[in-house]
Design a protein around this ligand. Structure first.
Ligand SMILES: Cc1ncc(C[n+]2csc(CCOP(=O)(O)OP(=O)(O)O)c2C)c(N)n1
Ligand SMILES: [Mg+2]
Length: 254
């Protein structure tokens, strides 16, 4: 978590120096990404969004490869088949369809690996995510949908996206869901393991809502002070996932 935060800060600085065209910071979402990323097996296949650099790091993608596409000199920073993680998706939610299709392939092969789609709260309002959930539930394929609810879709707050909890959207598709504290790395690790295990045993898809917070801007091109209250950021800064884990480790050590 500390390493990926450092990489994230460095990439943000590189954008400010004109070395990268853009960077989408993951500040605040380290527990959601490292907790889920560390639960995976090597032969699972991940379909991430632009913000999931922490998960890509867990898949063994090098820091230099994480920034390659944002510098504009590669269409993908890494070989998806080498790390079993696809190129980061910018088209909101469409990776959920790719993951579901891949999971249909796993089922066809009779393998026990799992496809994982990572997307945001805003993505759950997109047709692609809803269509993916219909197919995943119909064919009971081994896919895990991990939604990082970071409370914002650029300047649109999650309370406008959904008047119910995001996790509850899944039940309409017949998909079991779990809502987890996304700033608690051990909790995220635990629920991801449960979902992966269910998928491996033929139990079909699971939807996880990791409740977290995007502490930085949407991207380096965004200024969140124009649309959100400073108090909100302060409240979530007090729940910083790294500070929480540090406090836990201190208690264990004493
Ligand atoms: C299909 C599509 N529509 C709109 C956009 C523009 N867009 C980029 S990021 C974003 C918000 C996504 O929010 P969320 O799903 O919550 O993910 P987050 O950025 O918070 O991680 C939008 C609307 C896009 N990239 N693709
Ligand atoms: Mg969001």
């Amino acid at each position: 978590m500390v390493v990926i935060r450092r990489i994230d800060a460095e990439a943000t600085a590189l954008q400010r120096q004109g070395e990268l065209a853009l960077w989408p910071p993951l500040l605040g979402q380290e527990a959601s990404q490292i907790g889920s990323g560390r639960a995976l097996r090597d032969d699972d296949f991940v379909f991430p969004s632009y913000r999931d650099n922490g998960v890509a790091y867990c898949r063994g993608v090098e820091p230099t490869d994480l920034v390659r596409a944002w510098r504009g000199n590669a269409s993908s920073g890494w070989d998806p088949y080498r790390h079993n993680i696809a190129t980061q998706q910018i088209i909101i939610g469409s990776q959920s369809l790719h993951a579901t299709g891949y999971a249909m392939g796993i089922q066809h092969d009779g393998a026990d690996s799992v496809a994982v789609a990572l997307f945001g709260d805003g993505a759950t309002s997109e047709g692609d995510v809803n269509e993916a959930m219909v197919f995943a539930a119909s064919f009971q394929v081994p896919v895990v949908f991990i939604c990082q609810n970071n409370h914002w879709a650029i300047s649109e707050p999650v309370r406008i996206q959904s008047h119910i909890q995001i996790a509850d959207r899944a039940s309409g598709f017949g998909i079991p869901s779990m809502r987890v504290d996304g700033n608690d790395v051990l909790a995220v690790l635990a629920v991801t393991r449960i979902a992966l295990d269910r998928a491996r045993k033929g139990g079909g898809p699971t939807f996880i809502e990791a409740v977290t917070y995007r502490m930085g801007p949407h991207t380096t091109a965004d200024d969140p002070t124009r649309y959100r209250d400073a108090n909100e950021l302060e409240d979530w800064a007090a729940k910083d996932p790294i500070a929480r884990l540090k406090a836990l480790l201190r208690t264990k050590a004493s």
